[in-house]
Ligand binder design. Structure first.
Ligand code: SF4
Length: 287
């Protein structure tokens, strides 16, 4: 089974990512984010496990990847979830990949990544996309119950990383109305922590993630039903909120981001014309 696979093989209508590959040491994820999309298509998602013979297979397979390719670690699990503290397979992958001519993009929401800053800084071409959804500790804990770090610990990790490598922040997803009141505060805090770009998108409904969201926030169940299932649009298997609401929220993030002098991009919204940089942060890397 290939470990390094082409990203977005279904070519989603709204995906504006450059061609790239995905790699993950783990199947499933322990962060248990209520809004997670990957849980709808990966079996036993909340029982994460390391991939069999991962490092040995990676050493063999990476030789076949064309030079200068972008490899993202990871698109459907967090490479720095709790398993990484003991298995250290994401770190092992970095040790292998650093000898190859590739462009690396790490996607995580875990401060554990700061452990590897020395190794990450050895890559000639690297970007980190670090996710932060709220600065409100209670809200963050509620929407990402398996992530054992506070928003302040996340910002601290971003500061450590951004001193040595380019960091984009994923302020993502924007869940109306849970975290959309924090736009200004979050963008400014991320800027102070050294990020160069803000990437954002609105929450999209899949039946399983809506069930989790409704269970945790019963007071918003009617609103989300109305916005997503009655007035929203079905695009590529996801229920989107109404276009006018999406545009309003995304434009607000864009306005604050640009006024802070940062690059901006939206992800899978169909608003590519609003982006000032690659939608995945990879244009920040040194060429
Ligand atoms: S970190 Fe990503 S993959 Fe893991 S549960 Fe959260 S959204 Fe899903």
């Amino acid at each position: 089974m290939p470990l390094i696979t082409p990203f977005d093989p279904w070519k989603s209508k709204y995906c504006t990512c450059p061609a790239k590959y995905s790699l993950s040491a783990y199947t499933g994820c322990s962060h248990d984010c209520l809004y997670c999309y990957a849980s709808s298509y990966i079996r036993n998602f909340s029982h994460p496990r390391p991939k069999k013979d991962f490092l040995k297979r990676l050493s063999n397979q990476v030789k076949n990847i064309p030079k200068n390719s972008i490899i993202t670690i990871a698109n459907s699990s967090d490479p720095y979830q709790e398993l990484e503290s003991s298995f250290r397979l994401s770190r092992g992958a970095l040790e292998i990949l650093k000898d190859f001519d590739i462009r690396l993009n790490i996607v995580t929401k875990s401060p554990l990544i700061a452990r590897d800053i020395g190794l990450l800084a050895e890559f000639k071409n690297i970007t980190v996309s670090f996710t932060l959804t709220s600065l409100d500790e209670k809200l963050a804990k509620k929407i990402e119950p398996g992530l054992p770090y506070s928003p302040q610990e996340k910002l601290k990790a971003v500061s450590v990383l951004s001193k040595k490598i380019p960091v984009a922040a994923r302020f993502d997803p924007l869940i109306y109305p849970l975290n959309t009141g924090e736009i200004e505060k979050i963008v400014k805090a991320l800027k102070r922590s050294g990020v160069k770009q803000i990437i954002t998108s609105t929450y999209k409904v899949k039946p399983d993630n809506l069930k989790r969201m409704n269970r945790a926030f019963p007071e918003y169940a009617r609103l989300w039903k109305s916005l997503y299932l009655n007035k929203g649009e079905r695009i590529g298997g996801y229920d989107y909120p109404p276009l006018a609401l999406r545009l309003k929220i995304i434009e607000k993030v864009r306005k604050v981001t640009l006024s802070e002098g940062l690059e901006f991009s939206s992800c899978r919204e169909g608003f590519g014309e609003l982006n000032t940089a690659n939608c995945d942060g990879t244009s920040l890397s040194k060429l």
